[in-house]
Design a protein. Structure first.
Length: 95
């Protein structure tokens, strides 16, 4: 078994890392023209979308409603806190 082949990142993986790095260097998009209400939710320990990005997104969307970050939750916070999220989402959709 070629152990180097197992641990060598694929070209697609390297391309994804390059795209993430470029994205991280961009200036944030202007979201002030979005007037649609938006419910923003995340876990406080998200490794895929840093939780700080969630707070930033909610702050830049004029009609956002931020669900407090779910404690001890990651990217799947809405699944880990399913009952709370569904109640919050239904209330948001009814308003």
């Amino acid at each position: 078994m070629d152990l180097l082949a197992i641990h060598r990142p694929s070209p697609s993986f390297r391309a994804q890392l390059k795209a993430i790095k470029r994205w991280g260097r961009q200036a944030p998009s202007n979201l002030s023209d979005i007037r649609q209400p938006v419910l923003v939710a995340n876990g406080e320990n998200d490794r895929m979308v840093p939780s700080q990005n969630t707070l930033d997104l909610a702050a830049r969307l004029p009609q956002s409603e931020l669900v407090p970050l779910y404690p001890d939750a990651g990217h799947g916070g809405i699944f880990q806190y399913h009952d709370e999220f569904v109640t919050r989402a239904l209330g948001f959709l009814e308003s």
